[in-house]
Design a protein around this ligand. Structure first.
Ligand code: CA
Length: 128
């Protein structure tokens, strides 16, 4: 399973990358919105973990572009914003789930597993 982690916070990003790799995922970690978009265009991911507050391109913009391009990759939003409107717009635009920082790693991993299961159960014409 290949995950894209878009998170500009060094501590969270490093911790997550390490933990997810230990759990057996292959992880690409980017810290910039434009890098995230580039990664999405150049590789196929099973899940994208997307921070909303990213430099150069906002997470919501990235998500909007993704769905506009009919990319149905599961997206889990990671946000420090406790503003409920951001989470609502994230879900409206097409996020599959979200977590508000600070979060428990165990819960994040459980949600990742759920999203990946849900996705693999769906019939798609995607070439994996
Ligand atoms: Ca951030």
């Amino acid at each position: 399973m290949k995950l894209l982690l878009a998170e500009d916070d060094n501590m969270i990003g490093e911790g997550l990358e390490k933990a997810l790799k230990q759990s057996g995922y292959s992880v690409d970690w980017v810290q910039d919105g434009l890098d995230a978009e580039h990664a999405i265009q150049s590789a196929e991911y099973n899940l994208i973990i997307l921070d909303l507050g990213l430099p150069n391109k906002d997470g919501l913009e990235i998500l909007r572009t993704l769905r506009k391009n009919h990319n149905e990759t599961s997206v889990l939003i990671l946000t420090a914003r406790d503003d409920i409107s951001d989470r609502v717009s994230g879900l409206d635009i097409g996020a599959d789930d979200y977590m508000v920082k600070p979060f428990a790693l165990e819960e994040l991993e459980a949600r990742i597993r759920l999203l990946l299961r849900r996705k693999s159960g769906k019939k798609t014409n995607e070439v994996k």
